[in-house]
Structures are given as C-alpha cells and as structure tokens.
Design a protein around this ligand. Structure first.
Ligand code: ADP
Ligand code: MG
Length: 256
C-alpha cells in the first residue's frame, strides 16, 4: 500500500477559526437563533450544551452552511459565509462534521466510507486515499475493521469510523453534534477518548454534548444555550462552580 506522501494535516490559518457576529436564523416565523455571538480561536475547544430544541444543532450546522443564517455574519477561517459564496465546497472541506447517527454509507466498507470523498472530491489517487484512511483508522484504533460494512460494527466502532472519515478530508475544524447520544453507555468512553486525543493533537473543535466530564477536561469554554440564545459562556471552572444565570443552574442540576 502506498504511503501518504503528500499528506499534511491542515490547520486554521487565521487567529480566529470561527466568528459568529450577531447571527439570527428563522425557520419560517420561528426564531431559532437569536443574536449569536461566538468566537472560536485557532486550536480552541468549545463545548455547547443546553436543553433539547434550544438550537445547538442549528448553530453548528450554520458553520458549514448545512443551514443558512438570515442576519449577522459568520466567518470561517477568514471566509465569510454569504449568499453567493462560490467556494462553499472549500468551507465544507475545512469543517469536518460528526453526527449523532453516524451517517455512514451502509453499502460501502469502512475503508470505502473513508476514501469516497478524498478520491471524488479531493481527487486523491486511490492508493494514497487508502493509506490516509488506514492512518486514521489506526488512530481511532480500528484498522482491523477496514474491510467490514458499517452494520457489522458496534455503535462505538461506527462512530469512530465516522470520526476517521471526517479526518480523512484533513479538516481544519471539527464539529461534533451529540456524538455519543445514540450509543450504549459502555461505548461512550471509546468515542470520548478518541475526541480527547484529537483535542490533545490541537484540533479546533466545537462539540455539542452533555458529557460534562468531557467538557470539564477538554473545553476551553462551555457555552450554554436555551431557546435560541447563548445564555452563558465561560471557562469550565467558572461554568461549574459559579454559573451566573438561573437557567444554567437549573440545567446543570439535571445533567450533573
Ligand atoms: P437542539 O439541537 O438544541 O436540540 P435544534 O437546533 O435541532 O435544537 O432545533 C431547534 C429548534 O428548531 C427546534 O424547535 C426544532 O424543532 C426546530 N427546527 C430544527 N430544524 C428545523 C427545520 N429544518 N425546520 C423547522 N424547524 C426546525
Ligand atoms: Mg441537536
């Protein structure tokens, strides 16, 4: 198998990886994001938590433009997400995403799931894409599953494939949307360990999760959302020891 000769993980080149400035979004008349202001610096790890329906998924989906916002500005590593953005594919390449439900292609093997976009979008030679995929499958500790189909794997293994698949595009930023919520409890740790490793390697990350031990250990900043607003954003120390808002306290009482 070829080695990944030309392969270099990419990094955010601007001081701010993501800037959201006065962002609003509506679904028809429903005001789902209200005046969101959030700056993520290069290499920072942000955890977003909050009740179901508070707009967490919508917020991170706006960052790779799976959803469009209607007011305010979103700038991803120097590129503003605007209506007539020609290079939306470039932004999507910069921003990897991992979903609650894995979203693997069931009819493709683990290896094929990992090489599809590198070959078809990034035009990498197949042998090189294979080598990169094996590199990341090794990093998420399942290289031996490369020839299997997703449904032959446990949920935790499938989610690690999803993480490896995203990394194969060499993203500058990774977004995680409740990546452990669909897993049986005994599989949560293996996925969180993978995410922690990625954090230690310096990846810029936004993780929507209610895993508060993960947040405590990894997050530079914890953001609490409720009803479309950022209610509170603080370091883990302050967030847990001295939540400013009553809504934050009530939420913490439920998840801790
Ligand atoms: P969370 O991830 O915090 O649970 P979401 O961002 O998924 O919240 O959803 C926020 C609100 O927006 C919810 O009330 C949800 O029903 C609504 N919503 C989400 N997606 C859509 C959509 N495509 N069309 C209309 N409403 C939506
Ligand atoms: Mg959600």
């Amino acid at each position: 198998m070829a080695t990944a000769t030309n392969f270099r993980p990419r990094q955010v080149t601007n001081a701010n990886a993501i800037e959201m400035i006065g962002v609003h979004k509506w679904f028809d008349k429903f005001h789902v994001l209200k005046d969101i202001n959030l700056t993520v610096r290069a290499g920072e790890k942000i955890v977003i938590c909050g009740p179901s329906g508070s707009g967490k998924s919508t917020l991170i989906r706006c960052i790779n433009r799976l959803e469009a916002h209607q007011r305010g500005r979103i700038i991803v590593d120097g590129t503003e997400l605007v209506e007539d953005l020609k290079r939306i594919d470039a932004v999507r390449r910069d921003v990897g995403m991992v979903f609650q439900q894995f979203n693997l292609f069931p009819h493709l093997t683990v290896l094929e799931n990992c090489t599809l976009a590198p070959v078809w979008v990034n035009r990498l030679p197949k042998a090189e894409a294979d080598a990169i995929a094996m590199h990341y499958l090794t990093r998420v500790r399942i290289p031996e599953q490369a020839g299997k189909y997703p449904l032959q794997l446990s949920g935790g293994q499938q989610q690690r494939v999803a993480i490896a698949r995203a990394l194969c595009m060499s993203p500058k930023i990774m977004l995680f949307d409740e990546p452990t919520s669909a897993l049986d409890p005994e599989m949560v740790k293996e996925v969180l360990d993978t995410m922690m490793q990625l954090a230690k390697d310096g990846m810029t990350m936004i993780c929507v999760t209610h895993e508060m031990n993960f947040a405590r250990e990894v997050a530079d900043k914890i953001v609490f959302m409720d009803r479309g607003e950022i209610v509170e954003a603080n370091t883990p120390e302050r967030f847990f020891s001295n939540p400013v808002q009553e809504r934050t306290r009530l939420f913490l009482a439920q998840v801790l």
